[in-house]
Design a protein. Structure first.
Length: 663
DNA sequence: CAGACGCCTG
DNA sequence: CAGGCGTCTG
């Protein structure tokens, strides 16, 4: 298999947007922006400081109180550029006065001021996230451009939600005297701040979940009485956290109140914290926070979107600026600020978390589902969520709940919509299953929203619900979480593995997602007969079991089926066309055969099919032509010999495909 | 017997 | 693409 892959084999139309690094080239193949700046860029002791500084700098989202939800990595290149330009525009009208006030001063200030500023920023983030979105609209540029620190400190006390927040921050302030801290303490403080953020976000998640429940209850009143209150907490590994010990208890208590999703996120966080000797602890915490929120909010939007957004398939798959803007008409006006200042920082943040638990839902999916259930797990979000920065408002306003967040990278509405429209609302509404009983059930704006997701996975209920220790009162909604016992065991094992292995930050999937399918299809260009080991190698983010393996194998079997059908069809066509010599039969990129295949395996046409595939296709076509010409097709198993030939022509799948996050 | 494959079907 | 079934193999 000395199949040298053409240099451009992984080339894509959007290569210009990314660096030349090979691994980076992989991503654009799937129209994902996998940002290339490694986390190591933040190797300095205060990662969060840099992040926050960058967040503040040029964006002013904090002061703008306009935190928008966005998904990070899956934005198309065109999106990227369009967003950038938009952001630039917005930036011009945004309170740029803050920018200099917020960013530059602290670079020169001594450590004390620096830390205070950082703290202030974090607190401001929390404040903004917990504050009412209506309290201040983004557009109010005239917001005074006072010193950021002042502003933050002020807001810290005025606008933070009661309880934990104030509490935790006060604790920090009291116990930590600025100027007397060494690097470790700084870390601790940052960790603490992040935890405060987590608390805040968890509360917001809670609110979101309340919204979910409201909607749900209005749609599915039959479940209202028994809403599952998910187990308090199966795993609490946060005690492993070795920083911010004084906040730990409080943190733990609060975490117990959060939903299953939160718990999952928290578990991830806990694990990440556990591994937290790394400098990226703060970073990972931040990421997890963002992801947790994003995950929940995404569900909201999926739900909302199911209410009647009507997009053509093209639109669904499109990342076009048009759609982008059409779906978020108010985004521009509310957009906090520009990305353009710190694109690399955001990119780094995104890329630094390629395999993390941004999809808590996946971990809850029934991995050993029976065949009654579609094996493709709907992926809530195909892209990692980033942390705090740019601001993209969700296309749908969610009233009553002040969840406006900001995320580091542009979380494109289009992507969210694209995803949810393409795959439907993920059934993973695990959040609901552990909602606190005290829910506000009167959310008028949600009454009309259909809850398609509820029926989506009803197939599963028949077979596995009974196994769950706490039969879901939410019906199919929680089906994904109703893992079979052994599934649950595997989940636990996975978590244990994650806890034990500091390097295992893979966002292990409990099921195959459409992204995996897409990846598999692209892999088909290289290998038609992948072995189980190859599959396991190239789907490192998949928790393999018999079912998953079989599914993947089945996928490739289906791919082959289509492939050979096309081959036979075109071979017969060639014969019908009177072609006498096999050599007259070629397969080029212009060939109809290739176009048919490309359409099937590379629908988006964003992947440069390796030349080798064309060769194999041509050989296959020749085989079929020869066999048919020799009337071998009268034999019932005449194709077997062809299969035998073709199966030897697999080439090695590029390493890039091993990157689980590339999808 | 499990796993892999192919074929057929929906 | 998934299910189901039959076949083959080790």
């Amino acid at each position: 298999m000395n199949l040298s892959l053409p240099d451009q084999s992984m080339h894509t139309s959007c290569d210009g947007c990314l660096e030349d690094d090979k691994s980076d080239v992989m991503m654009p193949c799937f129209r994902k922006n996998m940002y290339d700046e490694p986390l190591a860029s933040y190797s300095s002791g205060s990662i969060i400081s840099q992040l926050l500084r960058k967040s503040v700098h040029g964006k002013r989202v904090l002061d703008e109180n306009s935190f928008y939800l966005s998904t990070a990595a899956d934005s198309g290149q065109e999106d990227q550029s369009s967003v950038s330009s938009k952001d630039s525009t917005v930036e011009a009208t945004s309170p740029t006065g803050h920018t200099s006030a917020g960013a530059s001063p602290e670079e020169e200030h001594p450590l004390t001021d620096h830390l205070q500023a950082k703290r202030a920023r974090v607190e401001n983030i929390i404040r903004v996230m917990t504050g009412s979105p209506n309290s201040r609209q983004h557009g109010d540029n005239e917001r005074p451009g006072r010193e950021a620190r002042e502003s933050y400190r002020e807001n810290k006390r005025k606008q933070r939600l009661p309880q934990h927040q104030e509490h935790g921050a006060a604790g920090v302030q009291v116990s930590r005297q600025p100027g007397s801290r060494n690097g470790e303490n700084i870390k601790e403080e940052e960790c603490h701040k992040l935890k405060e953020q987590l608390h805040s976000m968890q509360r917001l998640l809670h609110q979101l979940q309340e919204k979910f429940l409201q909607v749900y209850n209005q749609e599915e009143p039959e479940y209202e009485n028994g809403e599952a209150i998910e187990a308090d907490s199966d795993h609490e590994i946060l005690e492993e956290n070795n920083c911010c010990m004084n906040a730990e208890d409080d943190y733990e208590k609060k975490n117990r109140r959060v939903t299953a999703d939160c718990k999952d996120q928290k578990t991830g966080i806990g694990y990440l914290v556990h591994q937290g000797e790394g400098q990226s602890l703060q970073e990972t915490l931040k990421q997890e926070l963002s992801k947790a929120v994003n995950d929940c909010v995404d569900r909201v939007f999926k739900k909302v979107s199911s209410a009647g957004l009507d997009l053509s398939p093209q639109q669904r798959m499109s990342s076009s600026p048009e759609l982008h803007s059409s779906l978020s008409a108010d985004r521009k006006s509310q957009q906090g600020s520009s990305n353009t200042d710190q694109p690399q920082a955001e990119e780094a943040r995104v890329k630094s978390q390629p395999l993390e638990f941004y999809e808590s839902s996946e971990a809850q999916s029934p991995q050993d589902q029976t065949e009654a259930l579609s094996l493709v797990v709907r992926k809530p979000i195909a892209a990692p969520v980033s942390s705090i920065t740019p601001t993209v408002k969700r296309p749908y306003p969610i009233h009553q709940t002040p969840f406006q967040y900001n995320y580091s990278a542009p979380l494109h509405d289009t992507h969210i919509l694209e995803h949810l429209l393409k795959y439907g609302p993920h059934s993973n509404f695990a959040a609901l299953s552990c909602m606190p009983p005290s829910m506000d059930r009167t959310s008028p704006e949600s009454v009309d929203l259909p809850w398609d997701a509820i029926s989506m996975r009803s197939k599963v209920t028949s077979s596995h619900l009974g196994h769950h220790s706490r039969p879901s009162s939410l019906g199919a909604v929680a089906v994904d979480n109703l893992c079979l016992p052994h599934v649950k065991i595997e989940c636990s094992e996975l978590q244990n593995m994650a806890e034990r292995n500091p390097y295992m930050s893979l966002n292990i999937q409990e099921g195959l997602t459409p992204s995996h399918l897409k990846k598999a299809k692209l892999m088909f260009f290289y290998t038609r007969y992948p072995s189980s080991n190859v599959l396991k190698t190239y789907f490192p983010d998949v928790k393999f079991n018999r079912c998953i393996t079989s599914q993947l194998i089945k996928w490739f079997s289906n791919f082959r089926e289509f492939y050979y059908i096309q081959m036979e069809k075109f071979a017969r066509q060639a014969i019908a066309d009177g072609i006498r010599d096999v050599k007259d039969i070629t397969v080029s990129r212009d060939s109809e055969l290739f176009r048919a295949l490309n359409m099937h395996y590379n629908k988006a046409n964003d992947f440069h099919v390796p030349d080798r595939f064309l060769e194999v296709a041509e050989i296959t076509l020749h085989e079929f032509y020869n066999a048919i010409s020799a009337s071998k097709d009268s034999d019932s198993s005449w194709k077997k010999s062809i299969y035998k030939v073709i199966c030897k022509m697999d080439s090695e799948v590029p390493e890039e495909f091993k990157t689980s996050s590339c999808m």
